[in-house]
Design a protein around this ligand. Structure first.
Ligand SMILES: Cc1cc2nc3c(=O)[nH]c(=O)nc-3n(C[C@H](O)[C@H](O)[C@H](O)COP(=O)(O)O)c2cc1C
Length: 313
C-alpha cells in the first residue's frame, strides 16, 4: 500500500522527502551511494546568472547543536548548470525543484526564464532568504512588498509553479508568506538557516571568514515547527517543511505542524543515506501509527492548543 505519495504544484512525488537545496549539490556525489529515483524530488543547489566561487574559507563550522555555514551561493552559473548538471540528472525518474538566487530582481527573472526551459525542471524555488551573502536575498526575504514584487516578476516569465523559500530571520514571517501568496506563489519552502555566529575563544576571532553564517540542523527544528504551524494557518498554498529533520518522527511533526512535503538538509552531510533511510522509516512508522496516508497528517495539530493562562504560572 502506498502511504507516501504526495502531489504538490508541479511535483508528483513518490514520497514526501527531498534533499534540501545546497545540501545535495546536483546529486552526483550521492548517486554513488544510491539510486536517486527513490527520492520524492530533488531541490538542486541555487543557480545564479554568473559563476560564483562563494565566500572565503573557513565557511563551515560545527556547533553543539547544529552547523553554521557561509558558503555564499557557490555555483557554476546558469549556463553551466543548463549544459551539464541538469542533463546529467535526466536519467533519474525524479522531479526537480530548481533553486534560484540573485542580487537583483532582474537576476531572478533571467535565471527563472532560462531554467524553466530545462525539460526535467518541474518547479522553481526562489531563495529570497540567504543570510550569507551581503545585501542579497535577505532584503527580498524581509520585506513583504519586495518579496511579492519578485514573485510576480518570476510568475510573469515562467509557466512553472513557483515556491518561495522564506527567511526565518524576520519578525513576521506570516506577513511575508501572505504577501507572496497574494502575488501568486504556488507554494512555500520554509525554513532557511537562522543567522548565527561562533567565536574562537583563543583568538577572540569569529570562526567563519564571513563572521556570521546560517545555523541549520537540530537546533533550528523547534523554530521551523513554530513558523510552519503559524504560516500554514494563514495561507492556503502548500508548504515544503525543512529545518533539522533527522528522523521519521521529525517528518511527522512537520506534517502535523502544517507541511505537505519535507526537505532534508544538514543530515545528508553526516549520513549520505539519510534520505532513503528516512523514506523507509517513515513508511514503517506510518504503518505502526495506523495512518493510511501521510497527507492525512497535514495540519493535524492546528487549533488543538488553547493556552490556559490561569494554570500556567
Ligand atoms: C551548506 C548549506 C548550503 C545551503 N545552500 C542553500 C542554497 O543554495 N539555497 C537555499 O535555498 N538554501 C540553502 N541552504 C538551506 C537549506 O536548504 C535548508 O533550508 C536549511 O539548511 C535547513 O534545513 P536543515 O536543518 O535540514 O539543514 C543551505 C544549507 C546548508 C547547510
Amino acid at each position: 500500500m502506498n502511504r507516501l505519495n504526495v502531489e504538490l504544484p508541479g511535483l508528483k512525488m513518490k514520497n514526501p522527502v527531498m534533499p534540501a537545496s545546497g545540501c545535495f549539490g546536483f546529486g552526483q556525489e550521492y548517486a554513488e551511494f544510491y539510486d536517486l529515483s527513490v527520492l520524492g524530488a530533488v531541490a538542486v543547489k541555487a543557480a545564479t546568472p554568473e559563476t560564483r566561487r562563494g565566500n572565503d574559507t573557513p565557511r563551515v563550522a560545527e556547533t553543539e547543536s547544529g552547523m553554521l555555514n557561509a558558503i555564499g551561493l557557490q555555483n557554476p552559473g546558469i549556463d553551466h548548470i543548463l549544459a551539464h548538471e541538469l542533463p546529467w540528472l535526466e536519467k533519474y525518474d525524479v522531479p526537480l525543484l530548481a533553486n534560484i538566487a540573485g542580487k537583483t530582481k532582474e537576476d531572478y527573472v533571467l535565471v527563472a526564464e532560462r531554467i524553466s526551459d530545462a525539460t526535467n525542471v518541474h518547479a522553481l524555488e526562489l531563495n529570497i532568504s540567504c543570510p550569507n551573502v551581503k545585501e542579497e536575498g535577505l532584503q527580498f526575504g524581509s520585506d513583504p512588498q519586495m518579496a511579492a514584487e519578485l514573485t510576480r516578476a518570476v510568475k510573469a516569465v515562467s509557466s512553472l509553479p513557483v515556491y518561495v523559500k522564506l527567511s526565518p530571520n524576520v519578525t513576521d514571517i506570516a506577513g511575508v508568506a501572505a504577501a507572496v501568496e497574494e502575488a501568486g506563489a504556488d507554494g512555500l519552502s520554509m525554513i532557511n538557516t537562522l543567522m548565527g555566529m561562533k567565536i574562537d575563544i583563543r583568538t577572540g576571532n569569529p570562526i567563519l571568514a564571513n563572521k556570521t553564517g546560517g545555523l541549520s540542523g537540530p537546533a533550528v527544528k523547534p523554530v521551523a515547527i513554530r513558523m510552519i504551524y503559524e504560516v500554514s494557518q494563514r495561507v492556503s498554498i502548500p508548504i515544503i517543511g525543512m529545518g533539522g529533520i533527522y528522523s521519521a518522527e521529525d517528518i511527522i511533526e512537520f506534517f502535523m505542524a502544517g507541511a505537505s512535503a519535507v526537505a532534508v538538509g544538514t543530515a545528508n552531510f553526516s549520513d549520505p543515506f539519510a534520505c532513503p533511510d528516512l523514506i523507509k522509516d517513515l513508511d514503517r512508522l506510518l504503518e505502526e501509527m495506523e495512518v493510511s496516508h501521510i497527507s492525512e497528517l497535514t495540519g493535524r495539530s492546528w487549533n488543538k492548543w488553547e493556552p490556559n493562562l490561569s494554570s500556567s504560572r
